[in-house]
Design a protein around this ligand. Structure first.
Ligand code: HEC
Length: 156
């Protein structure tokens, strides 16, 4: 059902942008927004990773805050940031998003869901001690990679 909703939103976005010039501007804004969003995600994951690795001292309140931010970010409906025609086959170097994300049989929504599930679990325990944080952060990292490996092009 989720992927059906995603597809509908993509179609709606494609219909709104009838002229190619407008379509370009729209897609580029969307790319900027989703990259910025990913940077905010990484900014919140960074300190959690540092604590888990022992590079930063564990701080229950900070861990809980960063993890809750991650959970909220993972639950945002960002479908409008991923309009059809905003992949790297259309926009070239402006984006690293691969066309496969929009192709039939794409599992991108499942990958997103895995990230939401892992972030929700992390947020529930991140403030309960270093061991709890360590136990839950791995799945979050894996969920980032799970999507990037399939739907994000390597850095040039
Ligand atoms: C459902 C898929 C998906 C998930 C889950 C996901 N990402 Fe991404 N991410 C992407 C795609 C696709 C791009 C490329 C976006 C573009 O270039 O338009 C990207 C780009 C990025 C970038 C580069 C942004 C830039 O400025 O170019 C960072 C950093 C990043 N992701 C971090 C993360 C982290 C950290 C997580 C997990 C906590 C995560 N992502 C989870 C799909 C995902």
């Amino acid at each position: 059902m989720k992927s059906a909703r995603f597809a509908t939103l993509c179609l709606a976005a494609a219909c709104v942008c009838i002229s190619p010039a407008l379509a370009d501007g729209h897609a580029e804004k969307a790319v900027k927004a989703r990259k910025a969003m990913m940077q905010v995600v990484a900014f919140n994951l960074g300190p959690l990773g540092a604590m888990a690795k022992g590079e930063a001292e564990y701080d229950a309140e900070a861990a809980s805050t960063f993890a809750k931010n991650l959970e909220v970010l993972s639950k945002m409906n960002t479908a409008a940031m991923w309009p059809a025609g905003s992949d790297n086959s259309v926009l070239g170097d402006k984006t690293r998003a691969l066309p496969a994300a929009w192709a039939e049989g794409s599992t991108v929504m499942e990958k997103h869901q895995a990230w939401t599930t892992a972030s929700t679990q992390l947020a529930a325990v991140a403030g309960d001690g270093l061991d709890a944080l360590k136990g839950a952060i791995g799945d979050v990292g894996k969920s980032c990679g799970g999507c990037h490996d399939n739907y994000r092009a390597e850095k040039k």
